[in-house]
Design a protein around this ligand. Structure first.
Ligand SMILES: Cc1cc2nc3c(=O)[nH]c(=O)nc-3n(C[C@H](O)[C@H](O)[C@H](O)COP(=O)(O)O)c2cc1C
Length: 173
């Protein structure tokens, strides 16, 4: 699919059938994240893949309230950044998230960005601390976000060029 078509089709999908996502599909999505551009070419990140339903449920407690979409998603990809490796870790991880979000759509899967950075966990404390505890990730890594991936039950309507809000744009003439 041409890139612009893919961008138009992309939506945040939060309604999944509950069916699993295959390892092959997840590897394709991860490649899209891992090849993304990063500041100075550093790769200040760690991707943790979760497919076990009990672990998905536990991970949902990273946010208050715990998002219900974790119950039917086939997988979650938690993207952690390492501030000691690069001062552009937030941007680098965000680019990887978007690349993976688009790749999922291109594969006919639904996905949604669940924000982690600057967010609170269900039981208090930071989303990052909770995600690290659930996933056994070392301290020093900060959670950027989690990409939920699943088989689509409901896909919102595709975007069209009419959705572009030109009031945010100014030209130099
Ligand atoms: C930085 C960022 C954080 C987001 N955080 C969440 C989130 O925590 N939960 C969620 O359901 N969607 C989240 N989203 C998805 C947005 O809500 C969604 O992109 C927006 O409403 C526009 O809808 P669309 O993606 O279908 O075009 C986030 C998106 C971005 C880019």
């Amino acid at each position: 699919m041409a890139a612009l078509d893919c961008l138009m089709r992309r939506r945040s999908v939060r309604s999944y059938t509950g069916e699993p996502v295959t390892r092959e599909e997840l590897e394709k999505i991860l490649v899209a994240g891992l090849i993304g551009p990063t500041g100075k070419g550093k790769k200040p990140w760690k991707f943790v893949v979760v497919t076990n339903p009990e672990k998905l449920e536990a991970l949902s407690s990273m946010r208050r309230p715990a998002p219900g979409a974790f119950k039917t998603a086939g997988a979650a990809i938690a993207v952690f950044g390492n501030p000691s490796v690069s001062d552009t870790w937030v941007e680098d991880c965000a680019v990887a998230m978007e690349n993976m979000h688009l790749a999922a759509d291109d594969l006919g899967l639904g996905s949604v960005w669940i924000q982690g950075r600057l967010r609170e966990a269900d039981a208090g404390g930071s989303a990052s601390d909770r995600a690290r505890a659930v996933l056994g990730v070392e301290s020093g890594l900060e959670l950027e976000a989690v990409l939920l991936v699943g088989r689509i039950e409901h896909h919102p309507p595709f975007h069209s060029e009419a959705d572009a809000d030109w009031s945010f744009v100014s030209w130099d003439d």
